[in-house]
Design a protein around this ligand. Structure first.
Ligand code: ADP
Length: 474
């Protein structure tokens, strides 16, 4: 598939039918900057048809037993598994990530469906004391809008689709404009499994998201994206007090403690910063190292940066692909220039491709906390390394951020490291590991990094309305 213009035709899914868009839009391969496929582009009429189809399908879908819905979800997991190679290839083409990472993301969809399928809707007894029987039951909400970003188009879709459908909701999916194809492909797989209208997929050129959020028949919005857009989603949803789940930006700190093993921790921190070219909400985005370890840590990172293989995600051995789109590329180029002005930049190879969106993997030393790359979310393969002298002071510096998604703490004394982890303001703090996300464990952002949870029991309940039934027994 690499380099070729894609022969496959992509369609929207509306009311169980694969349909062409009102118009087409080009999809670029970020490794070349060239158009490799055309995607359909829905208009407002098609958005309205999708929501109407989801609304019509809702009563019958909600009336099915949860085990029927679970079985269909597991059939979708089978469809994804059978098509993993195609999905992964398509993902590398439109998103840019190395093929091995694209395979992992595609397979993660299967695991997310299987893991989330374990949830049940059984009533919970809150009181049964002879006088009253009080239970809490959970019902589906209705039509869910699932709005996804371009960094993990498949996994972040599945985090929403699986619990929403299992709970009995119907869904309208809208991916990011620069990565529509894998989502459209998942739509096609859904059309083989679910009744008409249960899953609908529309695509846009960044013009339908807010209309979907404000549509009166959309009951819940599940959104992953930037904090700035999340704020708009919250504002729009406020008019009808819609249920929302927001998974937003992060500026995750890695805190290296003075008893850490420099070599092995440097490798893990580096991996946590560079995976998916740093375009992960929970990527390590700043690392704090004690004065006495600082130079050795920078030396280790410099070697890793220099050895990193940068290239087209389809090329064998590529460890770092391009960033996903031109806007992100331009932003990172500016940021890197600013870093070179304010600090000391050590960069690895730049891919020779003329038009691809390649940013060299870089570490930046000798910056202070006021630098933009320390304050803001870079979302790219550039990692600032900051010194510290005192633990209380560094925890204050880490917590001095509007973000609070995740963090990591690295040290040999686990009791001490865990105590430090408890002092960091974030939804998840990993100790001596990173990116351990799984369908059984809820994931949520503190502060302006999010609202509500994805995954785990809590992530499932986000797609339900809790209702208390309170019966007088006599
Ligand atoms: P980025 O700024 O990196 O493009 P966004 O957070 O804006 O990321 O995009 C995430 C998703 O939100 C995409 O699917 C995008 O089309 C969609 N989107 C953009 N603007 C809005 C909006 N006002 N309301 C809802 N969704 C939106």
């Amino acid at each position: 598939m690499k380099g070729d213009r894609m022969k496959q035709e992509f369609k929207l899914l509306i009311d169980g039918v694969l349909v062409t868009g009102a118009s087409d839009m080009p999809v670029l391969n970020p490794s070349t900057g060239l158009v490799f496929a055309q995607a359909p582009r829905a208009n407002v009429g098609q958005l309205n048809e999708s929501v109407a189809a989801a609304k019509k399908a809702f009563p019958a879908w909600a009336a099915r037993s949860i085990s029927e819905r679970r079985n269909m979800l597991l059939m979708l997991a089978d469809q994804v598994e059978v098509n993993v190679e195609l999905l992964a290839c398509l993902l590398t083409c439109e998103q840019g990530k190395p093929l091995a990472q694209a395979r992992m993301e595609s397979m993660a969809c299967v695991q997310i469906i299987q893991g989330m399928s374990d949830n049940e809707l059984s009533p919970k007894v809150l009181r049964d004391d002879g006088g009253s029987l009080i239970t809490e039951v959970r019902t589906p909400l209705g039509v869910v809008a699932a709005i996804t970003p371009w960094n993990f188009p498949l996994a972040l879709l599945m985090n929403k689709l699986a619990p929403a459908l299992l709970a009995g909701n119907t869904v309208v999916v809208k991916p990011a404009p620069t990565t529509p194809l894998t989502t459209l492909f998942v739509g096609e797989l859904c059309s083989r499994v679910f009744p008409a209208g249960v899953v609908n997929v529309i695509t846009d050129a960044n013009d339908l998201g807010s209309l979907l959020v404000e549509h009166p028949d959309v009951t819940k919005v599940a959104f992953t994206g930037s904090t700035a857009t999340g704020r708009k989603v919250m504002q729009t949803a406020a008019s009808a007090i819609k249920r929302i789940t927001l998974e937003l930006g992060g500026n995750d700190a890695a805190l290296v403690l003075s008893d850490a093993d420099v070599k092995s921790v440097a490798q893990k921190v580096f991996d946590g910063a560079m995976l998916n070219a740093g375009q992960i909400c929970v990527a390590i985005k700043r690392v704090y190292v004690p004065n006495e370890l600082h130079d050795a840590f920078c030396d280790e990172l410099s070697v890793l940066v220099k050895n990193m293989i940068v290239g087209d995600g389809h090329d064998f051995g590529t460890q770092l692909g391009p960033v996903q789109n031109r806007t992100q590329y331009e932003k990172l180029k500016d940021l890197l220039e600013e870093c070179a002005r304010d600090g000391r930049v050590i960069s690895g190879a730049v891919h020779p491709s003329e038009n691809g969106y390649f940013i060299p993997p870089s570490i930046v030393c000798d910056l202070d906390d006021s630098s933009r790359i320390v304050r803001e979310e870079q979302f790219g393969p550039i990692l600032p390394v900051l010194r510290y002298a005192d633990l209380d002071e560094v925890i204050r510096r880490i917590n001095d951020s509007e973000f609070g998604l995740a963090a990591t703490v690295w040290g040999t004394d686990l009791v001490h490291a865990t105590k430090v982890a408890e002092r960091i303001d974030a939804g998840t703090v990993w100790v001596n590991k990173h990116l351990d996300l799984s369908p059984g464990i809820p994931f949520r952002g503190a502060k302006q990094s999010g609202f509500g949870a994805e995954l785990g029991r809590a992530g499932f309940e986000e797609y339900t309305q809790a209702k208390v039934i309170n019966v007088l027994l006599d």
